[in-house]
Design a protein around this ligand. Structure first.
Ligand SMILES: CC(C)(COP(=O)(O)OP(=O)(O)OC[C@H]1O[C@@H](n2cnc3c(N)ncnc32)[C@H](O)[C@@H]1OP(=O)(O)O)[C@@H](O)C(=O)NCCC(=O)NCCS
Length: 147
């Protein structure tokens, strides 16, 4: 069973571990700790069988939500955890106007995930990523206050 809770002082280190496992230029433990006092930040942690298995970090400013990162530890993938995290965030922030994100052009898994939620390709950012250098796709979902 998947349980989703807000990031807190007890689980932010586990979030940083998942981040370090999944990304070549990870946010540090200190950065995640700082997010706990960021009024615009919403960080969700997914548990499976009592273990922190994934997280989703977004910022909401004036009705515009940006996804900073979503990641699921390798052993827990393809179990619906990322889907559950996005559903929870979209339900909590349903009054927002839009959700935007960047994703590596080669990241077929993440692009398929976002497309399944109705995110559309709205642009590209050349050389946006490092390690390795790669373009980003810019994707947006317009919410229009939907629930
Ligand atoms: C992308 C990621 C978050 C998906 O997490 P997940 O928990 O395995 O995803 P889910 O099980 O919730 O899958 C939901 C949908 O996403 C798509 N998807 C997920 N992984 C996929 C893959 N490897 N290939 C193709 N589609 C995939 C599918 O549409 C899937 O629905 P389905 O299982 O019914 O076919 C995970 O692969 C990950 O952490 N990757 C590394 C970090 C990363 O790239 N994050 C994105 C940064 S923009």
């Amino acid at each position: 069973m998947i349980t989703i809770v807000p990031m807190n002082e007890q689980n932010y280190k586990a979030v940083a571990e998942i981040e370090a496992e999944c990304f070549s230029q990870p946010w540090s433990e200190k950065t995640f700790f700082g997010e706990l006092s960021n009024q615009n930040a919403h960080t969700y942690v997914a548990y499976e069988s009592g273990e922190a298995a994934g997280f989703l970090s977004v910022w909401e400013v004036c009705g515009e939500v940006s996804i900073n990162n979503i990641a699921v530890s390798e052993n827990y993938r393809r179990k619906g955890i990322a889907r559950a995290l996005l559903q929870k965030m979209l339900s909590d922030l349903s009054c927002a106007d839009s959700v935007t994100l960047e994703v590596r052009k080669s990241n077929a898994a993440a692009i398929a995930l976002y497309e399944s939620f109705g995110f559309e390709h709205v642009g590209e950012r050349r050389g946006f990523y490092e390690k390795p250098t790669e373009d980003a796709l810019l994707m947006t979902k317009i919410l229009n206050g939907e629930t």
